[in-house]
Design a protein around this ligand. Sequence first.
Ligand SMILES: NC(=O)c1ccc[n+]([C@@H]2O[C@H](COP(=O)([O-])OP(=O)(O)OC[C@H]3O[C@@H](n4cnc5c(N)ncnc54)[C@H](OP(=O)(O)O)[C@@H]3O)[C@@H](O)[C@H]2O)c1
Length: 281
Amino acid sequence: MILVTGATGTVGREVVAQLLAAGETIRAMTRNPMRAKLDSRVEVVRGDFEDSASLDNAVRGVDRVFSLTLGPQTGLHEKNLAEAAKAAGVRHIVKLSAMGGDGETKNDIRKWHDEGEQAIRETGIPLTVLHPGAFMSNALHWRETIRAVGKVFSNYGDGKLPPVHPRDIAAVAVRALTSTGHEGKSYAITGPEALTVREQVKILANAVGKRIEYVPVSDEAIRAGMEKAGLPSPLINALLPFGEFIRSGKAARVFPTVEEVAGRQPFTFSDWARENATAFR
Ligand SMILES: NC(=O)c1ccc[n+]([C@@H]2O[C@H](COP(=O)([O-])OP(=O)(O)OC[C@H]3O[C@@H](n4cnc5c(N)ncnc54)[C@H](OP(=O)(O)O)[C@@H]3O)[C@@H](O)[C@H]2O)c1
């Protein structure tokens, strides 16, 4: 049995769907089973990364775990999960982490994930770590301004990045969970092409069928928008430096991991935009 955490989120729902398609038996963890809206073939369990007793219950009888959590408490969350998993005899964890520079240039989000990774390693459970770049679905954050004023505001300038379809991240996770040889490995995961936000907006406008203008703005303007939207300050401070990193051109590298591990071509941003066009109308 495989425990999928983060099962109600963007990547987790794809992991659940693909594991079901592969014929696996799945338990899905959520803090609120009543709102989970998961396939009836999935056993849904209430669990919270901050409640160790709930994790003991979630991992009972499980042999593999997909670990997805987020935020500054990631290290503690995955320590709690990994200790419960160790006691239950789990033999493989696949952890969703993030890309992020090396050493001093590591962003905060990657640092939080590294703490979680370290906590899992300390239990000795074989681990596979996924390091995806920016999700294509981040474009959903543009919904409001596209609908309201037909504009996308971004501090990424004309820097390129290769956004990845969440379904492709899940495909790599599912391969790692269901086939041999992935223990001890780390996978950098990107989409197939590096695009500027301007290019993404053009692709999206074609798919949606309306004019959308790209408006480059400063880091400070983005900070003000995040504050207005009520994002917690550790998250704002973690996200803002991506602007400079992407504008510098250092985020443009494409990795062939989806094809190598999942055995098929990754989806393009055009594919994602066509699938999600109605969200922007
Ligand atoms: N967006 C990007 O571009 C990007 C790039 C690289 C890496 N990442 C990483 O991707 C992850 C986010 O993935 P996502 O977008 O699929 O997530 P998401 O859609 O935001 O969903 C978050 C999931 O985490 C669960 N969760 C949150 N807190 C929990 C807690 N205390 N206990 C149990 N479950 C909890 C939620 O479950 P319930 O609410 O049902 O309990 C939900 O299923 C983060 O780790 C992030 O660092 C994101």
